[in-house]
Ligand binder design. Structure first.
Ligand code: NIG
Ligand code: FE
Length: 403
């Protein structure tokens, strides 16, 4: 079957490649789900005879945005805990007292698969409305084999409900469940030995993550889990240096992790190690903001070392109750000091790398997925500028206009 050739012309195209190429009078040719050609309109090769033509009316076009770190599948809210935190109780204190992640674990275990789906769908809809066409979703609130599987199945089924590509991450090592109280090593062991191979075989796991911190797991436990992931052929990522420095980033770099996320408590040595390893530094400014943190990730050192920085929402009921990647971009610029260009690369090219999807998505280039966004903006810098305003005009997903 010969697929229809679509021409999307008269756009200002931001390819978001390493040199941040822009075509002022640009065009994109798509065939089926892929980009066939992109470039200045006047250089469009004559051999292409488009079946359909779409006028972009001079609008800015970027790749579909990528939210590379979310815990979007969950049940309930933790607004009461937030109120407690406003009264001075810390996130770590609440976690140690059995609240926090374990509070959401109880809600997720009690929820049916359908309830979990119904509660999670609006959060994904909100991301899609902002031009997010690829989303990573972590498990980590089930903490039994069955409940982690339930979360991951919901994540997969969301990809059938909406035109969004979902990448799933097994984060069973998010908190120690009550069944394993005092036996953290045994818990890590069962995840690596039993749960990961089974869930991977069911097609539910694209990567493995672990919360490595003083209220999470140790670097030794992360190392053990990473060995299991290596045996199962699954890439790894890490929640590192959010609340303290346990040496997690250095471990992530040594193990060639796809990404190392949070990083408020890391410094120059960690930045250099991540850059040298090609591990993406994922910044999560909404969590920084909502936890009222003051210590920032080492952006200057990451930049100087040449590390790739990505930005994500961290959408979760505890530290980052929200579903706006545009707001995360704005916070990354104002709170962490990223430039608008870095913020845009952080939700496109670098976010794709954080998921190991850089061959398929994250930039506009021949052969890549035909996922792109048409924006109602006059200047590209408006992405990362507006706070709580959504200038997304239209979403093209896999070559089809879906909004
Ligand atoms: O990325 N740090 C651990 N995990 C989440 C918080 C999850 C929660 O509080 O429910 C985070 O901030
Ligand atoms: Fe997280």
């Amino acid at each position: 079957m010969v697929e229809t050739l679509h021409l999307w012309r008269n756009g200002r195209i931001a390819c978001c490649d390493a040199s941040m190429t822009r075509f002022e009078q640009g065009a994109i040719l798509t065939r089926g789900r892929r980009i066939e050609w992109v470039g200045p309109e006047r250089e469009r090769p004559g051999e292409y005879r488009p079946d359909e033509s779409h006028d972009l009316q001079g609008a800015w076009v970027t790749p579909g945005l990528i939210d590379c770190h979310t815990h979007l599948v969950f049940a309930g809210s933790r607004a009461a805990e937030y109120a407690e935190r406003l009264r001075g109780r810390s996130y770590a204190q609440i976690a140690r007292a059995g609240g926090g992640i374990l509070a959401t674990m109880r809600a997720v275990r009690a929820a049916s698969e359908q309830q979990l789906f119904d509660e999670s769908l609006p959060r994904l809809e909100a991301l899609l409305a902002e031009g997010v066409t690829t989303v990573e979703i972590k498990s980590g609130y089930g903490l039994t084999l069955e409940d982690e599987a339930k979360m991951l199945r919901v994540a997969r089924s969301l990809a059938h409900a909406l035109p969004v590509t979902i990448s799933t991450t097994l984060l069973a090592a998010h908190a120690l469940p009550p069944e394993y109280a005092g036996r953290a090593d045994a818990y890590i062991d069962v995840i690596g030995r039993e749960w990961l191979p089974r869930l991977r075989a069911e097609g539910l796991v694209d990567a493995v993550d672990i919360f490595c911190d003083n209220v999470g797991f140790s670097t030794e436990q992360a190392e053990t889990l990473f060995e299991s992931a290596a045996r199962a052929g699954v890439p790894v990522k890490l929640h590192a240096e959010q609340l303290s420095n346990q040496g997690a980033s250095l471990l992530a770099a040594r193990r060639g992790a796809l990404s190392c996320d949070h990083l408020e408590h890391s410094g120059t040595a960690e930045a250099q190690a991540l850059a040298a390893a090609g591990t993406v530094a994922v910044l999560l400014p909404v969590a920084f903001f909502c936890l009222g943190e003051t210590r920032k990730p080492p952006v200057t050192a990451l930049r100087a070392a040449g590390a790739d920085m990505a930005i994500a929402t961290d959408c979760n009921p505890g530290s980052a109750p929200g579903s706006s990647l545009l707001l995360a971009m704005s916070m990354a610029t104002r709170l962490f000091g990223l430039t608008c260009e870095e913020a845009l690369a952080g939700v496109t090219r670098n976010a794709a790398r954080a998921l190991g999807l850089q061959e398929e998505r994250g930039t506009l280039a021949a052969g890549k997925a035909a996922d792109f966004i048409v924006w109602s903006i006059g200047e590209l810098e408006e992405l990362g500028y507006w706070t709580g305003f959504n200038p997304c005009r239209s979403v093209v997903k896999a070559g089809r206009r879906v909004s």
